[in-house]
Design a protein around this ligand. Structure first.
Ligand code: HEM
Ligand code: HEM
Length: 172
């Protein structure tokens, strides 16, 4: 469980595991833009859609854990709280759009070899277009906000004067 003087082991594990997987997602997206049709792209891109589903499942568990711990967590200002809510909304919206695209394409979707959507004959163009318009855009927005979030983690101070970073590293 979390405590007002630091996040507990579950919150910290979810935070850092997701940060590492998100770093992979952004690397894969950047490599896809910068080094298309290269072995580097193949290497980073091939798990993108599977890891996206994993992140989707993890963010739901993390959100539920955050709500269960809401009263025990370190106190944050309103701006920081709103910032965290926006990060959650993006962490939910981005993979949701990815999944809608995978469904709309109708080519089947089997992350980690588990069939989630089977093949269909027809594409649902509206779903694919919606995702094409927003998935990447929101993805790049998220990385921009994460950069601000990391900066704030070093700048914001705890009541004892140390950076709030230690709430999420050492924990309680
Ligand atoms: C939190 C999870 C995810 C993040 C952060 C993420 C991020 C991104 C980003 C930044 C791009 C680059 C778009 C561009 O070319 O500018 C992208 C592309 C793509 N993603 Fe994801 N993604 C996630 C989950 C998923 C999931 C779950 C799927 C499918 C099931 C998926 C499928 C795709 C596809 C097919 C593209 C290339 C086509 C496009 O540009 O829309 N992604 N993703
Ligand atoms: C090097 C990278 C990162 C650092 C140093 C960092 C640091 C921190 C710190 C210190 C806190 C606690 C803030 C407080 O309670 O005052 C926190 C919370 C949080 N961080 Fe990060 N973070 C990083 C990456 C990320 C990423 C990639 C995301 C996801 C987009 C993220 C999302 C969140 C969220 C939503 C919270 C609120 C607590 C929770 O529900 O997990 N962080 N982060």
């Amino acid at each position: 469980m979390d405590r007002p003087d630091g996040y507990g082991a579950v919150s910290r594990a979810l935070h850092w595991i997701m940060a590492v997987i998100l770093a992979w997602q952004f690397t894969s997206a950047a490599v896809r833009q910068l080094l298309p049709d290269t072995p580097v792209e193949d290497f980073f891109w091939f798990p993108h859609t599977s890891l996206g589903l994993l992140l989707f499942v993890l963010v739901l568990a993390r959100g539920a854990w955050a709500l269960a711990n809401a009263r025990r967590r370190p106190r944050t200002g309103l701006a920081a709280r709103m910032g965290h809510v926006v990060l959650y909304l993006l962490m939910i919206a981005i993979p949701t759009l990815g999944l809608l695209r995978a469904y709309g394409r109708g080519r089947g979707y089997s992350p980690f070899g588990i069939e989630i959507f089977s093949r269909r004959d027809q594409e649902i163009e509206s779903l694919v277009e919606l995702a094409n318009d927003w998935h990447g855009l929101l993805g790049w927005t998220l990385i921009g906000l994460v950069a601000g979030h990391v900066l704030m983690a070093f700048l914001h101070r705890k009541p004892d004067g140390s950076p709030v970073l230690t709430y999420m590293t050492k924990g309680k």
